[in-house]
Design a binder for this molecule. Sequence first.
Ligand SMILES: *[C@@H]1O[C@H](CO)[C@@H](O)[C@H](O)[C@H]1NC(C)=O
Ligand SMILES: *[C@@H]1O[C@H](CO)[C@@H](O)[C@H](O)[C@H]1NC(C)=O
Ligand SMILES: *[C@@H]1O[C@H](CO)[C@@H](O)[C@H](O)[C@H]1NC(C)=O
Ligand SMILES: [Zn+2]
Length: 379
Amino acid sequence: MVNRERNTRLLETLKLPENSVCADCGLPEPDWASCKVGVFICLQCSGVHRNFTESGKVKSIRLDNWEDERLVQFMIGNGNLKAKKKYEAFVPPFYYRPHARDCDVLKEQWIRAKYQREEFMSNKATIHTTAHREGFLYKRGRDSKGFQERKFVLSRSEGVLKYYTKDNGKGPKGIIPIQSLNVTFQGEKIRHQHGLEITYMKDSQTRNIFVYHDSGEEIVAWYNALRAARFHYLKTTYPQASEAELIPKITRNYSKVGYMEKTGPKQKEAFKKRWFNLDSGGRKLLYYKNPLDAFETGGIFIGSKERGYTVKEGLPQGMKGNNWDCGIIIGTPAREFVLTCENVKEQREWLDVLRDVLSQPMTKEDIMEEANFRRKHPK
Ligand SMILES: *[C@@H]1O[C@H](CO)[C@@H](O)[C@H](O)[C@H]1NC(C)=O
Ligand SMILES: *[C@@H]1O[C@H](CO)[C@@H](O)[C@H](O)[C@H]1NC(C)=O
Ligand SMILES: *[C@@H]1O[C@H](CO)[C@@H](O)[C@H](O)[C@H]1NC(C)=O
Ligand SMILES: [Zn+2]
């Protein structure tokens, strides 16, 4: 028998502003609770909590029977604000706090780090502050399709991430400067849910490498160690800037990735399927023959409306796609790019993110980058 009166009292608690979003991912209207740590959470996060919590302590506010009055009192007396003060007291500024739309491994490890491993309850924990990290990651070979175990060494003081082949004596196989490093989770493209894409500038081109680790805890620790190194680099390079200014610059994610088909400059060429990454901050839509290529096949600079860039829905009159018909036309001062998406949903999403970039006015740096980009991508 469900005790309606207890559920009703708990539902009232959910109306408090601090309990109106999930304590762990920020999703609105959470209606689950962990009575171990006293937080209100969404259905998905409740699954992670259930994995390290005694049975019967992760409950639905609406559907479960709250037979134990003490649990009800505990939830009413605690809640998201109190738990945050306790479990997130010392989250380092570079540490990535995932959102509802981030991949599962980030959310799972954030929850485990907070409540199970209690990594942020005191400022004595050194796990997040070590300036050196080394270990093995699976890395995709540049020209071979397989992943091989490679030793990686991150040195904050040298400002580099290095990796070695089996033969250690030969010195590093690759040296990646923290100065131009970017890192994002790209599970879909790498086909491993712990897949990380690391990009950096090499000979004025963006080079991509792909790695993963079987352990979710390890891969998220690497991700945050790289963020810590980036943050250290930014702080020493821009000593006057505030933390709030630097944090968004630590790493940058794509606003959308996925396949589209593309024709050439004459618009008579056959449509070819390409993988696209949209870096909204850098105003670049880069495309690849294979999603895991080391370098892009080509790219489109996405300027602003004021500077003559346009994004239109549909295909030019009389044109037909190859396999796909949901068209997008990107107009730049130099030429028109015609792309097609697999379905209307994909087309809608691409149009939204592209129009969003178009509506942002260009900064001085953007204008310099536009000229640079044209030199590199003359067509
Ligand atoms: C719970 O743990 C199991 C076994 O480790 C795992 O397969 C599953 O994905 C976990 N569930 C969540 C929601 O984290
Ligand atoms: C970045 O975007 C990808 C999808 O494009 C997503 O899976 C991932 O979780 C995002 N977040 C981070 C921090 O990499
Ligand atoms: C991230 O990648 C972009 C290109 O995609 C590059 O312009 C930028 O310098 C990289 N580094 C950072 C930290 O944003
Ligand atoms: Zn959640």
